[in-house]
Design a binder for this molecule. Structure first.
Ligand code: ADP
Length: 272
């Protein structure tokens, strides 16, 4: 009899901790939503004054009135470039908070991979030339169109390309586009410093760099790959990395023909 009592007591205690756990979970979910909303609003509010600062520093750097010294022009340029870094960081934080709070809205349009590759090739050509690197495009002729968000696709590829150029001092960077299953694989290969096998997971974590530190030895926000990987998930695709220390890296984004569950409308049934 006392055993039955003991069992009942234990059952009650269990039910109590379960209720507490549920309450805590609800509370945490609410707090996390508040936090994401706060960060989103904050990022938005920060951009307005920062844009004014960027415009004014540009005007100063252009020295329209011809009354600034070379030194003062350099100061204005430094203000502008730091402002741009800050804007990039704010935009990245805004993206992360949108992803976390499930508020990242994605477009879905027919996208021509060849056109995207050509546009990015043009956009990064100068940067490659300045570093003495060769930037080449290889687009397989049978690459199909896909349904995706072109802006977010470009964002991921820009991240790959700017990293490839940043971490390569000699050789070449190649953007390849080719069919993969019914979708498309976009890869950026470089002949740069490469990433140690044991760091290849970490580079996709926020604020991490491949040397395991969170210091920004190479500049950049350290958020690019973390955002890219989450965007790839949202687009129904994935990112893979092949690299060896000292031998370069290849980042590949594979996207499906169309996002899961919203593929092309099924063909109409034949008339009876
Ligand atoms: P960031 O470039 O702003 O630091 P990312 O998230 O884009 O942030 O990249 C994280 C880290 O991954 C980089 O700091 C670098 O250590 C490593 N990494 C990314 N791309 C490359 C590459 N192509 N070659 C070597 N290391 C890379």
């Amino acid at each position: 009899e006392s055993q039955t009592q003991e069992l009942e007591d234990q059952r009650d205690a269990l039910a109590r901790s379960r209720r507490q756990l549920e309450a805590k979970t609800v509370e945490l979910a609410r707090e996390s939503r508040y936090k994401s909303e706060f960060v989103a609003n904050m990022s938005h509010e920060l951009r307005t004054p920062l844009n004014a600062l960027l415009i004014m520093s540009r005007l100063l750097a252009e020295n329209r009135g011809r009354n600034l010294s070379d030194e003062q022009i350099r100061w204005a340029e430094t203000i502008e470039s730091s402002g741009k870094d800050l804007l990039a960081l704010i935009n990245d934080i805004l993206d992360l908070s949108k992803i976390e709070s499930g508020k990242m809205d994605l477009a879905r349009e027919a996208v021509d991979p060849q056109a995207i590759a050509a546009k990015l090739g043009r956009a990064f050509q100068d940067q490659a030339r300045v570093k003495g690197l060769q930037l080449s495009l290889e687009v397989a002729p049978d690459t199909p169109q896909i349904q995706t968000d072109p802006g977010r696709l470009e964002q991921v590829l820009r991240n790959f390309l700017s990293n490839a150029l940043k971490f390569t001092d000699r050789g070449r960077v190649t953007l390849r586009v080719a069919p993969a299953g019914t979708g498309v694989a976009f890869s950026v290969a470089d002949t740069g410093i490469g990433i140690d096998a044991d760091q290849q997971q970490a580079v996709f974590e926020a604020f991490r760099q491949a040397d395991g530190t969170i210091s920004r030895k190479f500049g950049g926000t350290g958020l690019g790959l973390s955002i890219s990987r989450q965007l790839a998930d949202l687009l129904g695709g994935r990112i893979t990395l092949e690299s060896a220390k000292g031998r370069g890296s290849t980042f590949t984004l594979t996207l499906p023909e169309a996002p899961e569950g919203q593929g092309a409308a099924p063909a109409p049934l034949p008339a009876p």
